[in-house]
Unconditional design. Structure first.
Length: 39
């Protein structure tokens, strides 16, 4: 990923989420799951 300064970070569909907490990871994934369900 090459984003050490943003750690902990995650990337979903090419979008980087910097300095995420465990709770934020759950929220981000839930948002993507909801978008997938509505597609």
């Amino acid at each position: 990923m090459g984003a050490c300064a943003l750690a902990p970070a995650m990337s979903v569909n090419g979008k980087v989420y910097p300095k995420v907490t465990p709770d934020e990871v759950d929220k981000i994934l839930a948002e993507y799951k909801a978008m997938e369900a509505n597609a």
